[in-house]
Design a protein around this ligand. Structure first.
Ligand SMILES: Cc1cc2nc3c(=O)[nH]c(=O)nc-3n(C[C@H](O)[C@H](O)[C@H](O)COP(=O)(O)OP(=O)(O)OC[C@H]3O[C@@H](n4cnc5c(N)ncnc54)[C@H](O)[C@@H]3O)c2cc1C
Length: 194
């Protein structure tokens, strides 16, 4: 359409396998034929798509967190320091256990959200809780796993650094963490703080 242009955003440290572009709509005229059909009115219809996409994200980031825990487990069980595996240290086991606790909590949150979705009762504020929570635990786990790998953790040979970098995007897109916190705050107080 006249006035619509795109430009690719290069030099990204995050989601490098996916093309990210800027979309410009300079004085674009949208014909009536292109209006969304049926009962969709205003911004509500496209926003409802975001609710579905955010639900999907709550599951996707769990996968990233699980991959990081797997790597941290493998690494700490095979890395020998002072004649014993790194995983033999209480401080390491507590961190691994913390990861498992957070992943399990995230799984239960998404599972319950899925049940509500199936029943047609899933509310946007509930999706905000899960998007916020699951992205937060995933990025924290990825960063912690990277740290537990020591210097090796900065290498692409291991998954945590890649997941940590990608999760920087995921915690930002489809609503930043702060915006989801504000959605939950509004649901609790009835006051819009945006
Ligand atoms: C890799 C990638 C892919 C993307 N893909 C898409 C896509 O496919 N489609 C699409 O539409 N968008 C996409 N985005 C854009 C993404 O949704 C936005 O970057 C995101 O919503 C944040 O908006 P913003 O960048 O304008 O930041 P801003 O809105 O400028 O926010 C900047 C900071 O201010 C905070 N902030 C904003 N408002 C408030 C407030 N009221 N109170 C307190 N703090 C506030 C935010 O939390 C953030 O920390 C993508 C982004 C990335 C990184």
């Amino acid at each position: 359409m006249k006035g619509f242009t795109t430009s690719e955003i290069g030099d990204k440290f995050s989601l490098r396998a996916s093309a990210t572009g800027a979309l410009f709509f300079q004085d674009v005229v949208v014909p009536a034929d292109n209006l969304l059909p049926g009962t969709s009115v205003g911004i509500k219809a496209p926003l409802s798509c975001l609710t579905q996409a955010r639900y999907g994200i709550t599951w996707g980031v769990i996968g990233a967190a699980q991959a990081c825990l797997d790597e941290a487990l493998r690494y700490t069980q095979t890395r020998i320091l002072f004649k014993r595996p790194l995983a033999a240290n209480q401080a390491i086991q507590i961190r691994l256990a913390e990861m498992a606790r957070r992943i399990t909590t995230a799984q239960l949150l998404s599972l319950q959200l899925g049940r509500l979705k199936d029943a047609g009762r899933m509310k946007p504020a509930q999706v905000s809780v899960a998007k916020w929570h699951n992205c937060r635990i995933a990025i924290d786990i990825a960063r912690d796993a990277r740290d537990m790998l020591g210097g090796s953790g900065i290498s692409a040979e291991y998954v945590p650094i890649r997941h940590a970098m990608n999760l920087e995007s995921v915690i930002t897109y489809e609503g930043t963490e702060t915006v989801h916190q504000l959605v939950v705050g509004r649901a609790l107080t009835g006051i819009n703080a945006f």
